[in-house]
Design a protein around this ligand. Structure first.
Ligand code: ATP
Length: 650
């Protein structure tokens, strides 16, 4: 069973506390022995006795300690020989501790005590010396001087415990456990169980991981036909698509021990620890085989070796990776341990790690499509109290490009928005607000914008809307707003077609629509502004991609400088000549300029409509497709709604 004999249960780190107790006790004993009060072998006396001794002329000196209200009494040589004073210490136990008084007494009021002594001295004509002093707090000073050492020892113990994994609940609390693996063994009883039902969509990926569990449960079914059980499966995909969730489902459903840890758990400041942790992890898994090991974010250790290693500082990571390679497919590794790993950077992983025999299977976990998004909504709407039966198709359509994590966030955000408005249940509008919030950021209605700026923003957004309405391949508009959100001052939302391949004319139309904002400013005010920064960034990237990645430029021809393996990223050197670099720059700026001029021409021809739209926008702040239809009429190349999928674009 997965939960038995869990060697990773944190043990109480005992040695450190014993250490501290030991040091404190030693300090106290030491203090008592060496620094103990110098009065320890001194007789106590009373004020009346003192007065008597003084009258008798037995006292040579009195030291009045003002801060402790004590007085030290020193006898004369003659008095020491008297019977009354027999037995009082003559010498200090340790000469270095200073001369020890024969008597010590506690006085009450200093003034009264001092007056009494002066009076007796006067009456008897005595020359007894009376001095004043203060007693320093030996114990306090000693402890104070030891404080830095105690602190250093404390910090040292803390660091040792951290390094040995004691603090994080890893493999025990002792320094000797530093090389032990930090993997967490899934415990069916205490850990929340995730099942395959909680993973929506991802049918292909689910099937593959389910099969892996099956391999371990019924190996004979596969090996009887001569097949071998795969060693590992790599889950690859963009962030938030459910890779970790899939692994959690495997842990919840597989009836075999499931060890999980992150790639960075192997990394430590000491050389050799990573490799040793890998060894320990596999040893633990083999002991409990059949078992599954899950390494999240494997790129932390699995990056290609021998690259960008100018300083040689990555040796430790390479050692760790080498050990992982050996454990997965080296000599004598024929055990029933399957390694599941997840990453969003498969391109940077070492080739040796990816080869068949190690990660035999690569499972792509992609961003969800329309139907998958609908299913994910279903999963995350389960705990949410909705006011009406929500149209899941509609919600899925409103969230293209969203990952599973984004959708989970939309549902949560919608519930929060509804709660903020004191509603009893979540409505469709709350979901739409949540989508807007996630895509565009928080609405900032109170942002200070001058009327002139507002006008510029309105024309800028109206420019985008007008140009995209006029162009065949540009995505049609859903809504335009001039309410500032997050970083942007206004936004236009589109309904793009879901395309698997894109043609140059489609890309150019999109670039033209993006330049529509700045073009409108130019046409109306004959001035341009900084407001087009994000548009310029977008078109520049698009143009560069057309020229250098997709080979869509006539001048440069059918060539790409893209390297999908990611192993030869250019760094300082470019994979083309200086002459080509100039050509690329020229083509990019030519392309952008052409689209800008095209947008200007379009807007000049439709200046009235642009102005009407901008005015309506200034008036209403948010306008929808219907308003555009009223101004421009129906788009001639408009396709049926069902064929389209919306994508919010800022
Ligand atoms: P990363 O690569 O950033 O680690 P990931 O792919 O491992 O991301 P997860 O941690 O699995 O992403 O997903 C994050 C959250 O998104 C999950 O906890 C879950 O709530 C939600 N989620 C993602 N995909 C799905 C899905 N297919 N079905 C249901 N929920 C999902």
């Amino acid at each position: 069973m997965a939960n038995e004999n869990n060697s990773n249960t944190p043990k109480k780190p005992r040695f450190s506390s014993w250490w501290i107790y030991g040091v404190v006790i030693a300090l106290i004993i030491g203090f008592q022995f060496f620094g103990g009060s110098s009065f320890s072998n001194t007789e106590k006396t009373t004020t009346s006795e003192l007065q008597e001794y003084l009258r008798n002329g037995d006292i040579s000196k009195i030291i009045i300690i003002t801060n402790t209200r004590q007085a030290k009494v020193f006898l004369t040589e003659e008095a020491l020989k008297k019977d009354v004073h027999k037995g009082v210490a003559e010498k200090p136990l340790f000469p270095s501790a200073g001369l020890v008084p024969q008597y010590v007494l506690d006085y009450g009021d200093l003034q009264i005590f001092q007056n009494e002594i002066t009076e007796i001295k006067k009456e008897n004509n005595l020359d007894t010396i009376v001095e004043f002093d203060t007693e320093s707090n030996v114990l306090g000073e000693l402890l104070l001087s030891l404080l830095p050492f105690a602190l250093i020892i404390g910090i040292w113990i803390y660091l040792m415990r951290r390094m040995s994994g004691g603090a994080s609940g890893g493999a025990g609390g002792q320094i000797f456990n530093i090389g032990k693996s930090k993997a967490k063994l899934f415990d069916e009883k205490t850990d929340t169980r995730t099942s395959f039902k909680d993973v929506a969509g991802l049918e292909g990926a689910k099937e593959e991981v389910q099969e892996i569990v099956e391999f371990l449960k019924n190996p004979d079914k596969y090996t009887s036909l001569g097949g071998k059980i795969p060693k590992g499966a790599l889950l690859v995909g963009p962030p938030g698509t459910g890779k970790t969730l899939l692994a959690k489902a495997v842990a919840g459903e597989a009836k075999v021990p499931f060890f999980s840890l992150s790639g960075s758990d192997f990394v430590e400041m000491f050389v050799g620890v990573g490799a040793s942790r890998v060894r320990d992890l596999f040893k633990q898994a083999k002991d409990k085989s059949p078992a599954i090991i899950f390494i999240d974010e494997i790129d932390a250790i699995g990056r290609a070796r021998g690259k960008n290693n100018f300083t040689g500082s990555n040796d430790e990571r390479e050692n760790t990776l080498n050990q992982l390679l050996t454990e997965m497919d080296g000599f004598g590794t024929n055990t029933n341990v399957i390694v599941l790993a997840a990453t969003n950077r498969a391109d940077v992983l070492d080739k040796a790690l990816m080869r068949a025999g190690r990660f035999d299977r690569q499972i792509y976990v992609d961003l969800p499509d329309l139907n998958e998004r609908k299913e994910i909504f279903e999963v995350h709407l389960r705990p949410i109290k909705t006011a009406e039966t929500l149209d899941l198709d509609f919600l899925a359509k409103q969230t293209p490009g969203f990952s599973g994590a984004d959708i989970a966030n939309v549902c949560n955000e919608a519930a929060l928005i509804a709660a903020r408005k004191e509603k009893k249940a979540v409505t469709k509008q709350d979901f739409l607000d949540a989508v807007d919030r996630i895509v565009g950021g928080l609405e900032k209605k109170n942002k200070i914008i001058t009327p002139e700026e507002k006008k510029t923003i309105a024309f800028h957004e109206a420019g985008h809307a007008t140009v995209s309405w006029m162009l065949e391949h540009a995505a049609p508009l859903v809504k335009v707003t001039i309410v500032p959100r997050g970083q942007s001052l206004g936004a236009a939302w589109y309904l793009p077609e879901e395309r698997l391949i894109v043609r140059p004319e489609q890309m150019l139309d999109e670039m033209c629509a993006t330049m529509g904002g700045r073009a409108a400013e130019k046409v109306i005010f004959n001035k341009i502004s900084t407001g087009a920064l994000s548009d310029l960034e977008k078109v520049t990237k698009q143009a560069r991609a057309m020229v250098t990645i997709y080979g869509l430029n006539d001048e440069l021809g059918n060539i790409t400088y893209y390297d999908s393996s990611g192993q030869n990223e250019y760094g300082f050197t470019k994979p083309y000549s200086e002459e080509t670099a100039q050509k690329i720059d020229l083509e990019i700026s030519k392309m952008i300029e052409e689209q800008y001029q095209r947008a200007i021409k379009l807007l000049q021809d439709n200046k009235d409509k642009l102005t009407e739209l901008a005015e309506r926008l200034l008036d209403k702040e948010v306008i929808f497709k219907d308003d555009l239809e009223k101004i421009f009429g129906r788009r001639p190349f408009e396709k049926e709604e069902e064929e389209l999928e919306p994508e919010p674009v800022k």
